[in-house]
Write a new protein. Structure first.
Length: 278
């Protein structure tokens, strides 16, 4: 691995990681006191496994603390401030150490300098993948972007507002290579329901729902099993899709589905936060 202090190179690497959908953290030196190797404005990029892929912040006494903070920041999605202090100044940081957004660490380097490093996670947008081109599918795509989702659509449609378009379920085979939070909705309305369900159930998703009655979905279960889908995966499908709000129109149904997706997404984040506090 080549470490460089060239900010243009670091920005280029960050752009590449974003394009690839790779989660990472940007660690930026925001303040230094006394003698330190790194100076304010210097940056480094850290992957979710703790690997430094570009930039430079100093020696092992610095990188160990930043690595730990970066891994946690990427996992939780929350930025943090790493405060490195020499042993004799650690007592002054006792109150700051009680703040969950501040990570206080001892600087064991001979220079005995102090550094504050802001660690900010950069995670791909969650993706809403909709199969179908009917009124519910289009209404769902229209409202999802305002909630911070990137959009993908599968189906035969000439003009789509989605960022990605897959003409058929078979074309989605390569999409699973991207490690992103994906929320999938099948709104094919009888036009290739089983093929869409089978394709979606073979992808990594945080949520999968079928627009249609429970009875209709149940009629497809034997076909899905015959295609190799497990009972556990079949049971994971939300059917009918959406929260029960007595929705009738396509826009109302889309709203109920979006509400259920947000509920699922936030519940997952709270579970992670609760686990971190244990």
């Amino acid at each position: 691995m080549n470490i460089t202090t060239d900010i243009h190179s670091t920005n280029a690497v960050a752009d590449r990681l974003r394009a690839e959908g790779t989660p990472f953290a940007v660690a930026t030196v925001v303040r230094t006191l006394a003698s330190t190797a790194a100076k304010p404005g210097m940056k480094a990029l850290v992957l979710e496994n703790g690997e430094f892929v570009d930039g430079w912040l100093g020696g092992g006494c610095v990188t160990a603390a930043v690595k730990k903070a970066a891994i946690k920041a990427i996992e939780t999605g929350d930025a943090t401030l790493v405060c490195l202090r020499p042993e004799e100044l650690m007592a002054d940081m006792q109150n700051a150490a009680e703040d969950s957004q501040i990570h206080v660490a001892r600087n064991g380097c001979p220079s005995k300098g102090s550094m504050d490093i802001f660690v900010e996670p950069v995670k791909p947008q969650p993706e809403l993948l909709v199969c179908g081109s009917g009124p519910v599918a289009l209404a769902l795509l229209r409202i999802a972007r305002s909630f911070g989702f990137s959009l993908a659509q599968c189906g035969s449609i000439e003009n789509t507002i989605a960022d990605k378009h897959y003409p058929t379920p078979e074309d989605m085979a390569g999409a699973n290579s991207l490690k992103i939070d994906r929320y999938a909705v099948i709104a094919t309305q009888g036009n290739g329901d089983v093929a869409a369900l089978n394709a979606m159930l073979n992808m990594d998703t945080n949520y999968i729902a079928f627009v249609g009655s429970r009875r209709k979905f149940s009629s497809y279960e034997d076909k899905l099993r015959a295609a190799g889908v497990s009972d556990k995966d079949i049971a994971s499908v939300r059917s009918p899709a959406g929260l029960h709000i007595n929705a009738v129109t396509p826009d109302e149904i889309a709203l109920s589905i979006m509400a259920e997706i947000i509920q699922t997404r936030r519940a997952t984040g709270q579970q992670r936060e609760s686990h971190d506090k244990k």
